[in-house]
Design a protein around this ligand. Structure first.
Ligand code: SF4
Length: 189
């Protein structure tokens, strides 16, 4: 990373050319992230899947469609929020990123948070909590409880891909998102 303070645009260019870990070898497109550059709410997932790799956009497959519905249920539009992942290139067969891959990539995400400056962050799944917050606990224990990233309230909840497999967890996820909505109202008040 250059010493000059990056912009979202310059970061996206760096990501598209990045060879910082082995995940660049098999990618079709790097997936930087997208959304409102001044979003009050940011969602952070684990990494691109097949559809995201093909399109170069985050959360566009089935899990992404569920995320869109979750955002709509919160009374917002996808373009109101910012969406990013821990790793920007697809891990083969959608496996969890390896530590050295996530550690090579995490500074891009930290810059994205710094530049967007969201008021609230939602972490989708344990991988995001692990690499952003050094949080060793699993998502079952973490979800529904507020954490903190540099003064920004952080709500961990289930990844939409998990919710597609585990319909019964949707009620807990909705409970978590309602907490997020209340927190955003409190911050605005
Ligand atoms: Fe670079 Fe991140 Fe892609 Fe690895 S996953 S090549 S660190 S952009």
């Amino acid at each position: 990373m250059s010493e000059q303070r990056p912009t979202l645009e310059s970061l996206a260019q760096m990501v598209s050319a990045c060879q910082g870990c082995q995940l660049h070898l098999a990618r079709t497109h790097a997936v930087f992230g997208e959304g409102n550059p001044h979003a009050e709410l940011m969602f952070i997932g684990e990494g691109p899947g097949r559809d995201e790799d093909l399109q170069g956009r985050p959360f566009v497959g089935r899990a992404g469609q569920l995320l869109d519905r979750m955002i709509a249920a919160m009374g917002m539009r996808r373009e109101d929020v910012y969406i990013a992942n821990v790793v920007k290139c697809r891990p083969p067969n959608n496996r969890t990123p390896e530590p050295k891959e996530a550690e090579s990539c995490i500074s891009f995400l930290k810059w994205q948070i710094y530049l967007v400056r969201p008021k609230v962050i939602v972490l989708l799944g344990a991988t995001a909590a692990h690499y952003l917050l050094n949080e060793p606990r699993g998502i079952m224990r973490l979800r529904g409880n507020w954490l903190d990233y540099q003064g920004i309230p952080v709500m961990p909840t289930y990844h939409p891909a998990f919710l597609l497999r585990q319909e019964s967890a949707k009620r807990d996820a909705w409970h978590d998102l309602q907490q997020v909505m209340r927190k955003m109202q409190e911050i605005k008040a």
